[in-house]
Design a protein around this ligand. Structure first.
Ligand code: FES
Ligand code: FE
Length: 443
């Protein structure tokens, strides 16, 4: 079969037959597809921008990006959170260069426009000449992002005023997110800073790895685990009961094996902590989810927010072109956990999933080559297999979302790419097909 890889979206229909377990490498190395992604996915979907714990007080802010758009996330006097474009409305210069801080406002380096915490333009160098030009200050504040909302401390924003609410967007996935983000009174917080690193890979490869690819761990990570962590992870997915669950492209895969993950990593203090809190988790969230804490699991909220519950690493795969990402990584802990447990989690995440972490180096190399090979015109058109667990839908379950049996399953990857494909082919949220037919809602 021949494929004209110069034409972008039309040919996607030929190169992606996701329902039948087939995609093409072209989607990982194509500038035209990438431009469409920025417009139809990153300017449309809810994107993770901060954890509430990073900005507790008025004027606290972090800077991040939504797609390639730079933004400032800042706490307001009334306790709310606003997100602004980090670009001056005069000539577009960046107004905040720090990654985080506390401020009473921002002053642009170029012509001295200054903005308060609410984003209003409050002054300019040579303000008199603006007055002479009938300049209306009220119209030239920092541009505000259309919608901002939080779920259990996780702050998301979307540029699209037509987007569904965050609650609708996350749907039944919130039931599973609670197992990490709300298993104790007081919720969670981020500890330490944000680690930023770059990889020469397509953003979808990384997001897909976390949406449900435990399969790679036993093979890719085994030697590093033996050498650095004192134990094999070859059988990391060998649990009696495990699931892959998805909804609108979000995916969570997990085993029902409390602390299986940290047990593998030999973190006995963490292991003990998780066992200590387990009864209270069962009381709070029920028996089922008390077995999810610390277990071998991973999750991606479409399009690019991911976490691992056992390692407590939280990350965003920031797109920087079709073949490059900037990875933002944080460590999340229960606010109520003892200080030494928080510190163990921070160090554990550094050892495993940081730029020098043993597992991240393994992953980075694989992801870069999955991307680079697609640079070849012929290779880009090659069929790639994503058909594992095609008939593994669990019909006998009351769990929320689209539930599939087992973690060694590409059901979540298929759902992820289907959502991606649907967004690229839809002109707005209204056109997006609903593929979650008759599914259970979260409680
Ligand atoms: Fe910001 Fe001119 S670009 S003041
Ligand atoms: Fe990995």
């Amino acid at each position: 079969k021949t494929i004209d890889v110069t034409d972008s979206l039309e040919n996607l229909k030929d190169v992606c037959d996701i329902e039948n377990g087939r995609i093409a490498g072209k989607i990982f190395y194509d500038q035209a597809i990438y431009e469409q992604e920025l417009e139809k996915i990153f300017a449309r979907c809810w994107l993770f921008v901060a954890h509430e714990s990073q900005i507790p007080n008025t004027g606290d802010y972090v800077t991040t990006t939504m797609g390639e758009d730079e933004v400032i996330v800042i706490r307001q006097k009334d306790g709310g959170i606003k997100v602004f474009l980090n670009a001056c409305p005069h000539r577009g210069n960046k107004v905040c260069f720090a990654e985080s801080g506390t401020t009473r406002g921002f002053i642009c380096n170029y012509h001295g426009w200054s903005f308060n915490v609410q984003g209003n333009l409050v002054g300019q160098h040579e303000s008199g000449i603006y007055e002479a030009s009938d300049f209306d200050k009220a119209k030239w504040g920092l541009k505000e992002v259309a919608q901002v909302d939080s779920w259990k401390g996780l702050v998301f924003a979307t540029f699209d005023p037509q987007a569904p609410t965050l609650q609708e967007y996350l749907g039944p996935m919130t039931w599973y997110l609670d197992a990490l983000f709300d298993n104790q009174e007081g919720g969670t917080e981020f500890v330490g800073g944000c680690i930023r690193s770059t990889y020469d890979c397509n953003w979808k490869i990384a997001a897909e790895n976390f949406v449900g690819d435990i399969l790679h761990a036993g093979w890719t990570h085994d030697s590093a685990a033996r050498a650095m962590l004192g134990g094999s992870v070859a059988k990391v997915s060998d649990f009696e009961e495990s699931y892959s669950v998805n909804w609108n492209g979000h995916g969570y895969e997990f085993a029902l094996d409390t602390v299986g993950n940290v047990a593998v990593l030999g973190e006995s203090a963490l292991n003990k902590y998780l066992h200590t809190i387990k009864p209270s988790v069962a009381e709070r969230l029920g028996e089922f989810r008390s077995n999810m804490i610390g277990a071998v699991s991973s999750c991606t909220i479409f399009p690019n927010f991911s976490f691992l519950a056992g390692q407590n690493t939280v990350r965003v795969w920031q797109p920087r072109g079709p073949n490059k990402i900037e990875l933002f990584t944080w460590v999340v802990v229960n606010k109520s956990a003892p200080q030494e447990i928080k510190e163990k989690w921070r160090k554990g995440a550094m050892m495993t999933f940081s730029p020098t972490g043993v597992f991240e180096m393994d992953d980075g190399e694989n992801w870069e080559y999955c991307t680079k090979t697609a640079k070849g015109r012929v290779t880009a058109a090659q069929d790639l297999y994503i058909g594992l667990g095609m008939n593994s839908r669990a019909s006998d379950t009351s769990l929320p979302g689209n539930v599939f049996k087992g973690q060694l399953n590409e059901a979540n990857a298929r759902a992820y790419y289907q959502q991606w494909f649907d967004h690229l082919n839809a002109k707005s949220w209204k056109e997006l097909p609903n593929r979650n037919f008759g599914k259970q809602e979260a409680e």
